[in-house]
Design a protein around this ligand. Structure first.
Ligand SMILES: Nc1ncnc2c1ncn2[C@@H]1O[C@H](COP(=O)(O)OP(=O)(O)OP(=O)(O)O)[C@@H](O)[C@H]1O
Ligand SMILES: [Mg+2]
Length: 372
């Protein structure tokens, strides 16, 4: 960024190192930041802004705001006024339509900025998403509360499983002793219901074995899931949008398939009532500087699973990852908690955003060993 001076006069850096330092600093901010020049062309965009606005640096630097947000004449007028009067302003809950057509609600803070390099006025745009869309947060507090509820469920499942085996065995013995075959119907019910309960409890306990991580090609995993689902239902349009440059992730392949399958199956259920086309899209990207819990990862693999179903009701949205929470009459409410637990074991996280006609589950998996 032009016009910057080192933060601490005690630290002597050469100009190149200083610039890199500032760049890193800005890329590590959670706030989306844009700098636009007096022609309202983007001269700087940080990593958070790239992720929020679905823009790359190469696609946006040098490009006018009008071109980036063609449906946003109101924004242009406000920015022009801020430049002309050199006056800052804040717009809360501003609705921004991205080039893809997606709407985003943001708090927008615009501050005029005197560019010392050419003495012209520029504008700093700070954006923070405030969508009513919910984010299953990557904050450490939420991750640990999810872990606690999973541990509770597992403890409970163990307690149920132990006497269950005894119950089933006793019913079998009883069936052998019964002289009246009509009574066997009752022992049969005890046995089949015990089996049903055992299957449920096994799911509550989650994966039995330890993770066996190996280098896994995420696209091969996604294609595997795609072919499984396509075989189950031909009427669903399963789209893909892969970034071939995503490197291999260290993961347990079959567990990863399980985690993704649970999410895509939910998307299939969610689109079953659609009047028009049922579309599910699988998308992969690389994302830089991403914080999960207390850990900042330099590079993460991001997988979006998007569907055009009715969306998750607002009252349910906060609790979908909690075990046994389900919005479906025949759901056990375990799918997402199992997926979250698998992805957590891979040091990753799943987030969800949902609105009518657009629900996106996003998996973040750390890449490489260069984690801060
Ligand atoms: N893509 C989606 N669109 C709409 N609602 C969803 C979506 N994904 C999940 N949900 C909601 O979240 C709930 C919890 O999902 P979860 O997979 O944990 O359990 P389930 O699907 O009900 O049961 P199961 O254990 O069989 O997976 C679902 O019942 C559904 O109401
Ligand atoms: Mg499910």
């Amino acid at each position: 960024m032009p016009g910057f001076t080192p933060l601490s006069p005690g630290i002597i850096r050469n100009p190149m190192a200083t610039q890199n330092f500032h760049r890193q600093l800005l890329d590590n901010l959670n706030t989306a930041l844009l700098l636009v020049d007096r022609e309202l062309r983007v001269s700087f965009i940080n990593a958070s802004a790239q992720a929020l606005l679905e823009l790359s640096e190469t696609r946006s630097v040098g490009v006018c705001i009008q071109q980036l947000f063609p449906h946003q004449s109101d924004l242009m007028a406000e920015l022009e006024a801020a430049l002309r009067d050199s006056s800052p302003y804040t717009s809360r809950g501003f609705c921004l339509t991205l080039a893809s057509g997606r709407e985003l609600r943001v708090d927008l803070i615009v501050t005029p900025f005197q560019d010392v390099a050419d003495e012209s006025t520029a504008l700093i745009l700070e954006l923070q998403a405030v969508d009513r869309i919910m984010r299953i947060s990557r904050e450490a507090g939420l991750i640990s509360s999810q872990e606690i509820s999973q541990a509770l469920i597992r403890g409970l499942a163990h307690e149920i499983k132990n006497p269950l085996g005894g119950l089933r065995g006793a019913a079998q013995l009883l069936a052998r002793e019964l002289s009246d075959p009509a009574l066997e119907e009752y022992t049969g019910i005890i046995i089949s219901e015990s089996d049903r309960l055992r299957d449920l409890v096994d799911r509550m306990l989650g994966p039995k074995r330890q993770l066996k991580p190996a280098a896994v090609n995420i696209h091969e995993v996604l294609e595997h899931v795609r072919s499984l689902l396509q075989a189950e239902s031909a009427e669903i349009e399963l789209r893909r949008d892969y970034d071939p440059s995503v490197p291999e992730v260290m993961a347990d392949r079959s567990q990863l398939i399980q985690a993704i399958l649970n999410i895509v199956r939910n998307a299939m259920h969610a689109t079953s009532e659609n009047e028009g086309a049922r579309i599910i899209e699988l998308r992969s990207r690389i994302q830089r500087n991403f914080t999960i819990g207390t850990h900042r990862h330099r590079l993460v693999c991001r997988v979006d699973i998007r569907d055009n179903g009715a969306g998750i009701p607002e009252e349910l949205l906060q609790s979908i990852f909690i075990p046994m929470v389900s919005g479906r009459a025949d759901g056990t409410g375990l799918g997402l908690s199992i997926s979250q637990s698998i992805i957590n074991q891979h040091r990753g996280i799943i987030e969800c955003r949902s609105e009518s006609g657009r629900t996106v589950f996003t998996l973040y998996l750390p890449l490489g060993a260069n984690d801060a």
